[in-house]
Design a protein around this ligand. Structure first.
Ligand code: GLA
Length: 623
């Protein structure tokens, strides 16, 4: 029907979407089907500064009858020719975002989620890369969904070898009724292109996510180093234990103590109390205010864990409102982690939880909140809904409403997303929580791969990464404290262990790690390069470079070791070839050109899983 070009970027009611200043533009293309009474407006946001185009779709019922939307996609890219690979990110709990790359075949290839969360199984981020594209060369296209629920990313190659790439809401469990005059907005897809390899595509997404998705006072700041109580004491704590952890934390230079699960209702294990957002003062031995004040007196910030979308059957909330849980009348609901999911498609439920959580956040001096979500949605039936076709979608709107309301009411709080680790790691959540717990797996070796996979679409600042005790609680593997540090430090850094159980050598090393982290933290917002593929090679190597190319941090973890290992030459990226750099360990000077063309020689130490963290700093002429 027509088009419009407007200054500024469009917004989408009730959904997270990229924000941009006047530099962005919006293209609206209006299509109409007069006979069916449907008007569709394709919304393009153009953020030239970061090579990003966003796409959403507005659908209006301009007729007189009710319509049912059975499938709504947000973006569609057509490739008339070319030989492309599909790169997607699959996984499972404690092993998220493995990288899968394969040639696009004739027929339809798709990933997606119908679990109610974007899921551990497939991430809503995908890349189409020329078959010959590498990190540094070739054309590639990326698409990321700004949505945290059911999605679909489909690629189809047709009889003329043309490829269509479509991303949007999953059509399963989706039938949205649109009455005359009503409007529906599809969640946004973010698109980018690189003609110079996959690293550049990642840079576009990293910068964009930090500047146009993440919000709040921490969006550009190095995040406080935290100590989380979960692997330190699980459910077994009282107020004294938490204050003792805070005291130890302060001694080491940790800046934030997080009280994880188990502080509310009667919750001493995972069988009860979700939904009962009342502080368990009997267990803590004091009120939340007193506890937070005592933690602050030790000189560290105070944070708590919540799981607002859930309810335990053994809870006062469930006993008084069984109809507030998603379950199908007459059928036994599926439990996961012994819990049910609250019906967040019902605004009354969301308002109730909003007031309960707000009350908690007003009771204590809370600086940080970890927002968890520990099971998928099943038994999708809302006792409140007139029509059941879009309960999962309305559930997500309820989650976003709660996130928006809480982040607006408590703007100084640092929010971290979590979903059984990294099961809801997407741009939708990053709009509210500028960091997300990357995985419940804290094993340093597995984390090299998990963080590698995550880095294709998401910045380092988004990846919650902690050092935990060994043998690792998830894999049983032991790695050096140094190795765990090298891996966790290239993320939103923290610890998840009992400092009281450490020996003197470890205590000294942790103090050093925290000092190093403070030095390198500003660098983490620089350009990030994947140097090796830890799924295919015997070492994981990655680096970050500051925008002025004055400083770079190289991290290497040996995944395997053999007899008589040769020196490995790690070729660096993103340096200035004309500058000279001093390497932090030997203090040797290398030219940027030599480091990038010849490589940095790493003399390997013997021992399993050794890690190396090397800083390169520009040497000024005459020094
Ligand atoms: C999930 C999270 C963990 C921890 C527990 C608490 O598994 O991913 O980090 O918070 O819940 O129950």
């Amino acid at each position: 029907m027509g088009y419009q070009i407007l200054n500024g970027k469009y917004t989408i009611p009730n959904l997270p979407a990229a924000y941009a200043d006047k530099m962005a533009q919006t293209l609206k293309i209006v299509l109409a089907d007069e006979r069916c009474g449907v008007r569709v407006t394709l919304l393009y946001g153009v953020l030239e500064e970061c090579d990003i185009i966003t796409r959403s779709v507005k659908i209006e019922n301009t007729g007189t009858r009710k319509l049912y939307l059975e499938k709504v996609s947000s973006s569609c890219l057509d490739f008339l020719y070319g030989n492309y690979d599909m790169i997607s990110f699959y996984g499972r709990h404690t092993m998220e975002r493995n990288v899968q790359r394969h040639k696009i075949l004739h027929g339809r290839q798709a990933v997606g989620s119908i679990r109610g969360a974007s899921s551990h199984q497939y991430n809503p981020f995908m890349i189409l890369a020329e078959h010959t594209a590498t990190e540094q060369t070739g054309e590639c296209y990326g698409a990321a969904f700004v949505y945290s629920g059911n999605f679909s990313a489909e690629i189809e190659k047709d009889q003329f070898d043309q490829i269509r790439f479509v991303m949007g809401l999953s059509e399963e469990q989706f039938s949205y009724s649109l009455s005359a005059g009503e409007v529906f907005y599809a969640p946004e897809v973010v698109l980018s292109y690189s003609g110079e390899g996959i690293a550049h595509l990642s840079h576009n997404f990293h910068y964009f996510a930090r500047k146009h998705i993440c919000r709040g006072k921490y969006k550009d700041k190095p995040r406080p180093v935290l100590l989380n109580s979960w692997e330190a004491c699980y459910f077994d704590f009282d107020g004294e234990k938490i204050v003792a952890l805070a005291e130890q934390a302060a001694e080491f230079g940790v800046e934030l103590l997080v009280l994880d699960d188990g502080w509310f209702g009667q919750r001493d294990d995972d069988n009860s109390s979700l939904g009962d957002w009342e502080v368990n003062e009997r267990k803590l031995g004091c009120s939340l205010r007193e506890l937070s004040e005592r933690v602050h007196q030790k000189g560290v910030l105070f944070g708590i864990w919540i799981e607002p979308e859930m309810v335990s059957e053994d809870s006062n909330l469930y006993r008084s409102h069984p109809d507030w849980a998603l379950q199908i009348p007459g059928k036994k609901p599926v439990r996961a982690r012994n819990q049910l999911v609250l019906d967040f498609s019902n605004p009354e439920v969301v308002e109730y939880i909003l007031e309960k959580i707000s009350d908690i956040l007003r009771q204590g001096e809370v600086d940080y909140v970890k927002w968890d979500m520990n099971r998928s949605l099943t038994d999708i039936y809302s006792a409140n809904a007139k029509e059941q076709g879009a309960v999962s979608y309305h559930y997500m709107l309820g989650v976003y409403h709660l996130l928006e309301s809480l982040t607006a009411r408590f703007p100084d709080i640092l929010w971290e997303g979590c979903c059984g680790g990294g099961g809801r790691f997407d741009l939708g959540m990053l709009y509210y929580t500028p960091q997300i717990w990357c995985s419940d797996n804290t094993d340093a070796l597995d984390r090299v791969r998990i963080q590698y996979g995550t880095s294709f679409g998401y910045p380092l600042s988004a990846m919650g990464a902690h050092i935990s005790a060994v043998p690792n609680h998830q894999t049983g593997r032991s790695t050096d404290l140094n190795t765990r540090g090298v891996v966790a430090m290239t993320g939103a850094f923290g610890y998840e262990l009992d400092f009281g159980k450490l020996c003197e050598r470890e205590k000294k090393e942790i103090r050093e790690q925290i000092a190093i982290y403070h030095k390198i933290a500003p660098l983490l917002n620089g350009k990030y390069y994947r140097i090796s593929d830890p799924f295919a090679e015997e070492y994981g190597a990655w680096m970050v470079v500051d925008p002025e190319k004055k400083k770079a941090l190289l991290s290497i973890v040996m995944l395997n070791i053999h007899g008589n290992m040769p020196v490995i030459y790690v070729r660096l990226f993103g340096l200035d070839p004309t500058k000279n750099y001093c390497e932090s360990i030997s203090k040797d000077i290398y030219s940027g050109e030599a480091l990038m063309a010849g490589g940095f020689p790493v003399a390997l130490r013997a021992g399993d899983y050794q890690a190396y963290q090397i800083m390169f700093e520009e040497v000024n002429a005459g020094e």
